[in-house]
Design a protein around this ligand. Structure first.
Ligand SMILES: [Zn+2]
Length: 326
């Protein structure tokens, strides 16, 4: 554990929606760079506020802060939406964004006025966006779909964290809203994009919503060379799988260590940030007994080699988000 604080780290999935100086202290103390993810969700402040805050952190400390921009889907069916959106993305990139994020409102919330069906990510409407991002070498961070648990009743969910989230946010609990396209359709739509735009650098947030099966993830890694994922908010699902398939999970992390980006998803919560940093490190880098608020029993750390840790915690992020200044 002695390396923990000095080991170079990037939290590729962090949220802070108001300026809090404590993050600068944490970032320096833990030798970590925090990538603030702007998100087009109504539970977040406006996109303008999020970007202003993200830039405030960077202005104060460029070494430890960066951000991923986003854009509003409002008015997407109106003429001129793309012009406006490309100008917006371009502006954010000029200000220092290292990528662009899209959210689960695509596939689970936005309805087409034409036939009242859900707008899916593989709709040809998005082709110009993916073309633009590929041509301009802008990485895409995509939170699409939800954990598989979202389509199950609360008592069947495999993670306490998911159960708590859908108890508190029933509007996102797809099991209660059968009109929302099913889990498999969300994954299929995303895979269609990966197949159609192979040169797009694509990071699936939250283990690409394939958190329940490292084998399903491995299949996509083999099939889509530009597909990466971040660990944010979903490491517990892999810890759960490691209880019965310890060696397989460890091998998975080693084999695909150039495809996995570390991230906490800490959201305006410095305590969660530091406890995640500590607990995740313990699981990934030691062979000690670990526990988590997410699953009931204990599990053993997978003690990854330093080379894999370096890729997951640091190097992959610098390669994917190539505009990150070091
Ligand atoms: Zn997030």
């Amino acid at each position: 554990m002695k390396l923990f604080k000095s080991f170079p780290k990037i939290d590729s999935h962090f949220h802070s929606t108001f300026y809090n100086p404590v993050y600068e202290k944490i970032a320096k103390e833990y030798n970590i760079k925090l990538i603030n993810i702007n998100t087009n969700a109504n539970v977040f402040p406006s996109m303008k506020v999020q970007e202003t805050i993200a830039l405030e952190y960077i202005l104060k400390n460029k070494k430890h802060f960066s951000f991923i921009a986003s854009f509003e889907m409002d008015g997407w069916e109106n003429e001129g939406w793309y012009e406006k959106t490309f100008a917006r993305i371009n502006n954010s990139m000029e200000k220092g964004a290292v990528g662009v994020k899209i959210w689960k409102n695509i596939g689970m919330e936005i309805i087409k006025s034409l036939d009242k069906s859900y707008l899916m990510i593989d709709d040809t409407f998005f082709d110009p966006l993916f073309k633009y991002l590929s041509e301009n070498r802008i990485p895409l961070l995509a939170h699409l779909g939800e954990p598989k648990n979202c389509w199950l009743p609360l008592h069947e969910m495999t993670s306490k964290r998911n159960r708590m989230y859908y108890t508190n946010n029933p509007e996102f609990h797809a099991y209660l809203h059968p009109d929302i396209p099913h889990y498999e359709l969300q994954i299929q739509a995303r895979d269609n994009v990966l197949a159609k735009f192979p040169s797009l650098v694509f990071v699936g947030a939250h283990l690409g919503s394939l958190e329940w099966s490292y084998e399903e993830l491995a299949l996509r890694f083999d099939k889509y060379p530009n597909f990466k994922v971040d660990l944010s908010s979903r490491l517990g699902h892999l810890q759960l799988q490691s209880k019965n398939r310890y060696d397989d999970i460890r091998d998975f992390f080693i084999k695909y260590s150039d495809r996995i980006l570390y991230g906490t998803d800490a959201y305006d919560n410095p305590e969660k940030l530091t406890s995640s940093l500590f607990n995740d490190w313990k699981f990934l880098s030691t062979n000690q007994n670990c526990e988590s608020t997410e699953i009931s029993s204990r599990f053993k750390g997978i003690e990854l080699p330093e080379e894999s840790l370096y890729k997951i915690y640091y190097e992959n992020s610098t390669k994917v988000y190539h505009n990150l200044s070091h």
